[in-house]
Design a protein. Sequence first.
Lengths: 446, 184
Amino acid sequence: MRLAPVVTSLALVLSLAPLTGQQPAPPVAPPAQPTDISLVLSQEGARRIALAVPPATAPSSDVVQRELVEPFHRTLTGDLGISPWFVVADPALHPKGLRPPATREEGDAWIASGAQFLLDTQIRSEGTNVVVSAQLLDLRTLRPILGKSYSAGGASIRRVAHVIANDVVRQFTGKPGPFLTRIVFSSDRDGGRNKELYIMDYDGENQRRITFHRSLSIAPDWSYDGDRVVYQSFVSTPPGLYWFSLAAAPRNRIPLTTELNSAPSFSPDGKSVAYAGSVKGNPEIFVVGLDGSNPRRLTNSSAIDSSPRFSPNGREIAFTSNRQGTPQIYLMDLEGSNVRKLTLTGNWSDEPAFSPDGGRLAYACRNDGDFQICILDLTTGRTVQISSGPGAHENPSWSPDGSRIAWELQRGRSTQIVSAGIDGSGFKVLTSTGNNGYPVWQRTTE
Amino acid sequence: MMKPFRSVGLMLAAGLLVTAGCCTKKPAPAPAPEVKAEAPVPVPVPTEAPIVAPVPEPVVETLPSDLAELNKKGYLKDVFFDYDQYDIRANQRDAMAGNAEWLRKWPTVKLQVEGHCDERGSNKYNMALGDKRANAARDYLVSLGIDASRITTISYGEERPFVEGQDESAWSQNRRGHFVITAK
């Protein structure tokens, strides 16, 4: 499935400062998404780069258009359109027949359409192989800042589009976007009262089942290296914590002496999990090796302690407790000491999720009415709400590049997984079959 | 419940018939040879009559051998909780006392208490809250003299609601400790 760039960069990375600093701001913030999520952080001050992304040039055969050009275009513009770095220029304004622009006048015609950069692509066949060439052109200089050809090989054309979108984001930010990442979640779509675990691409494509317990299997977490998934399953009594490698190893049950056994969270080194376990009816936070070794109780409170999450540096654990009244999120050192309260507002805060850099915490927040998704900046203490609208918004998880949050949204009797940028923009509904929840984003970018 | 009542009724009816037979026989005039042969019949009647009343109890009190059938009988009453609470409410104590009485009567019965929550809390917290509720129900039964070794607990959080719906009438039904008999 790996893509082989058959031709490497035509041009070197140009200095970004003049690109982002001196360009006029894009005409407007991206067009309103079909959502009621408010743009809490808004785009004020955030300069998005205006990209023109016309459909790829390709042989005009119907099959090529339908099987290659259309899915490629849909995927590429879908990726770049929800990226917080870009605004995709309105294709209706594209000047005709000027690709790539060769003269200053042709370049100015593209700039007049609202674009700063043009992502020009071509799709062609070489024998049985499909080759996509992409060139990212700075419309001011008419020089390419990125030029690559991608051999699809056996991979789908959608995957090629994701790879190109990642390369474009990397060109401006130094890091790939989330376009090749996946999300693990729990779904009741197989009927009965069971839930099984599934995996899907970050955009909701390629949903496939990965557990077959015929039981209640929920609350997965993904190891930092992307290889293993740990979760709670009721296939045993009492419910247990199970893990398996996505590289097809059999499932393993973690030997535990506790009951409850919910909400597992991988340590960053992948050797242990934190979870909520109960001894004599008192839920506490535990850490235990994947093989059941060295179990340690970290909390000691008669109140409810639940929902632990390791910090990305592995030295702290965030968790939820009602020890001072309403459920709120606390932080403690890995030894269980130095407990401090993180959430100071609202009457219910739960399901903490650290940003990949550890600097922020997403969580389910509630003042009155429904749960929403909030992000707490751990440095400034400032909290912003990124979701809005009716329904219960719960279980947030960060994309590995830190640009998006996935969460579950219950409206009426339907619970589905959605995602949005951390400013609330680029809202997407990712699932629609059955009810789906407990999304956890893969922590590696590719 | 129908079956035992019916057998009680039959027994009472039988008793009445026998009594009636005895009464009609008394005025029988001449001792005929056939009558003589039947003479002992009325004798056991008075001894049987007082037995009629106590008999039903042992007949009524057999439990279905199938656990699924047994659980359908509803001998153990579920206990309901306030929002985000896990203490046994005052208005649930009669039901719990009834459960304890029944469990004392059937000392070999084992059970599991399921802790359930309404959907309004967060999923992961509710899983822990359900654990608290199940154990609160178990502890209450233990305080009424039921051996703790007979009772296990499990939390389903908000994963297995009893009633679909998004109003207090549904939510109040879903905040419960549900008793499941696991051994007879």
